[in-house]
Ligand binder design. Structure first.
Ligand code: AGP
Length: 619
């Protein structure tokens, strides 16, 4: 997830672009850059680091001009460094591009452009767009006027949209088309801000809210051509579009959170997109993208003899779910370990062990220490992380990135579902490479994964019902979460979410374990959340439910639409029907919302809860 912005008008463009990038930093902040088109020439300034580093660079080396585009990056392809910072240029330096999204077929396009003599300066997917447009414009007649140049670059971008695959919000400057910014949108957000004698484009409205509240949100398959006094909208096929502008009601703070009260709530609602982006190009399991981006070729995968997943906190809970998938999909013996324990244990490490280190930040000290220990003892390490360029990604043998965008709430939400989505892909790839997963089952799983984003959106519709439950439970002091099999980890995660943001006592337990002691704590009115989604063990969890109901518990059940309601449930949260093996990815969503609403009702600081840090970089 990156932040893009463009300005064309009569004012100095760079200060406006810099301010816009600062307001978009929540979308990405590992490198930044700007390009200005003035007097028929394009100049760039780019830097690793945050927008403040770009501001300092521009203070030393200013760029005058009234047409500019800018970008703040959250790396998905190519580590965070100046060479990979946007805007990216073609060979001539006369055309630049900024991009938010993922070009799935960039490797094939890059190979073709290299064969045609293009020289690349970065490792990014985005740069192929600049060279592809350059190649296309070379074939069109040299423009005889700015108007002809505008028509040529619009046509070139329209042609590009027929070739590029993946998600993109693109903005382009071409030195032959002065005072023009051309942009296109598919699957990544792009909004146009309409000013007086000036126009803006951005990933999100906060970038230009201080200049105008009149906006047009582009839909997939749409383009815009911006000049100082004009905004032309059209479809990719060139068909003109008329769109009534909306008046954006938010203040800046709300706008940065997309209108949500907290980053955590925004990130809970980001999950359908985060899951979709994490799976993009990786499902079905046959594409070359996976092995090209991870290095995990079928040959490497077929040599894996067992798997050990390591992580901390929520990431450890993702490891617990991943363990089930390594066994059921890959046919491999697997363990899930808290990194803080594993790193100091004299564990036995058989040959052929793959250690999968899961970490949103990629900087958690215990996870890093455990991964280093494993590597030192001969294991191969795969990092599953949300942060390119993180220490874990740099040190691992292989890396698979979740594409959730920055997660700013201390409580991990979209990173968790993104980690699980990534782990399913790894398990399926292992299973296919080891011939432990039948192709028919793999394609069923792929179809189920492709329907996951919309199922997650369905689960988010439970918000109002969950708020009602939260109001009833806001004064409870002790909570139990119970789940079995795949949902045992979800019970642990639901309890952790509640603990860490509402400061209430909550326990997650394997449903079969209650009768071995904890049930002594159940008394009248104690809230128990039962994960009872469709599963071969659902009747077993029903047994645990009747045990707690018999002792007066207040029961909230999470179930799958179409199943018979759990007897005795005081409230049932119905989830969309999804393949049982993927149920944990959906089942956690209502628990995230429950924790959020209870914490907010109790007046807690949801985004920055006491005593906690987003990344625990010390032991
Ligand atoms: C999750 O809500 C917590 N904030 C915490 O447990 C977190 O998951 C843990 O510290 C691991 O962080 P990482 O994923 O960045 O390694």
């Amino acid at each position: 997830m990156c932040g893009i912005i463009g300005y064309v008008g009569e004012k100095a463009a760079v200060p406006i672009v810099l301010e816009g990038l600062r307001r978009l930093e929540y979308r990405g902040y590992d490198s930044a850059g700007v390009a200005v088109l003035t007097n028929g020439a394009i100049e760039r300034r780019r830097t690793a680091g945050k927008v403040s580093a770009l501001r300092n660079l521009l203070a030393r080396a200013p760029l005058p001009g009234t047409t500019a585009i800018g970008h703040t990056r959250w790396a998905t392809h190519g580590s965070p460094k100046e060479e990979n910072a946007h805007p990216h240029s073609d060979c001539t330096g006369g055309l630049v591009v900024i991009h938010n999204g993922i070009i799935e077929n960039y490797l094939d396009l890059r190979a073709d452009l290299l064969r045609r003599g293009h020289r690349f300066a970065s490792e990014t997917d985005t740069e192929v767009v600049a060279h592809w447009l350059e190649e296309t414009l070379k074939k069109s007649p040299a423009p005889g006027s700015p108007k002809e140049a505008e028509a040529a670059v619009v046509a070139a971008l329209q042609a590009a949209t027929q070739t590029l695959r993946g998600a993109y919000a693109l903005a382009i400057l071409w030195n032959k088309a002065p005072g023009i910014i051309v942009c296109a949108k598919t699957a990544s957000p792009l909004v146009v801000g309409l000013g007086r004698d000036e126009n803006f484009l951005a990933s999100d409205a906060p970038a230009f809210l201080s200049h105008t509240r009149r906006a047009v949100y582009l839909e997939d398959g749409e383009m815009a051509v911006l000049s100082r006094g004009r905004c032309r909208l059209m479809r990719f096929d060139g068909k003109p579009l008329a769109r009534r502008p909306v008046e954006i009601p938010w203040n800046h703070s709300m706008a940065e959170k997309g209108g949500f009260r907290h980053f955590m709530l925004k990130e809970i609602f980001d999950q359908p997109q985060a899951i979709e982006d994490t799976l993009r190009g990786r499902v079905p399991f046959s594409g070359l993208n996976f092995e090209r981006e991870t290095g995990l070729t079928p040959r490497v995968l077929s040599r894996v003899k067992r798997v050990r997943l390591i992580g901390c906190g929520t990431a450890y809970h993702a490891c617990l779910v991943g363990r089930y998938w390594m066994e059921s999909l890959a046919g491999l013996s697997a363990d899930a370990e808290t990194a803080s324990e594993y790193r100091y244990r004299e564990s036995v490490m058989p040959p052929g062990e793959l250690v999968i280190a899961v970490s949103q930040s990629g900087e958690t000290a215990d996870t890093l220490g455990a991964a280093r220990m494993a590597r030192a003892r001969g294991a191969k390490v795969l990092a599953v992380t949300n942060c390119l360029g993180s220490a874990l990604a740099r040190e691992a043998d292989f890396s698979l990135f979740t594409r959730c965008g920055p997660e700013l709430g201390v409580a991990s939400t979209k990173a968790f579902t993104g980690q699980m989505a990534a782990l399913v892909v790894v398990a399926a790839r292992l299973g296919l490479a080891r011939r432990a997963l039948a192709r028919a089952r793999a394609s069923e799983l792929a179809n189920a994964l492709l329907s996951l984003p919309s199922a997650a959106a369905g689960a988010l519709k439970l918000g109002a019902e969950i708020l009602k439950i939260a109001r009833q439970l806001r004064r409870a002091e002790d909570f139990f979460y119970i789940g079995r099999d795949l949902n045992y980890a979800v019970a642990l995660e639901g309890a952790l979410k509640l603990k860490e943001i509402s400061y209430l006592h909550a326990e997650g337990y394997a449903g079969g374990e209650l009768k071995h002691g904890p049930i002594a704590l159940i008394e009248k009115g104690v809230p128990v959340v039962a994960l009872a989604t469709r599963s071969r063990l659902r009747d077993k969890i029903a047994g645990a439910v009747s045990e707690v109901k018999a002792r007066g518990a207040r029961l909230i059940a999470v179930q799958t639409e179409g199943d018979p309601p759990l007897h005795g449930a005081d409230a049932i949260l119905w989830l969309p029907d999804i393949s049982e093996i993927l149920s944990p990815i959906l089942a956690v969503i209502p628990l995230q919302l429950l924790a959020y609403h209870i914490a907010h009702l109790r007046g807690c600081d949801v985004d920055q809860p006491r005593n906690l840090a987003k990344s625990v970089t010390v032991e």
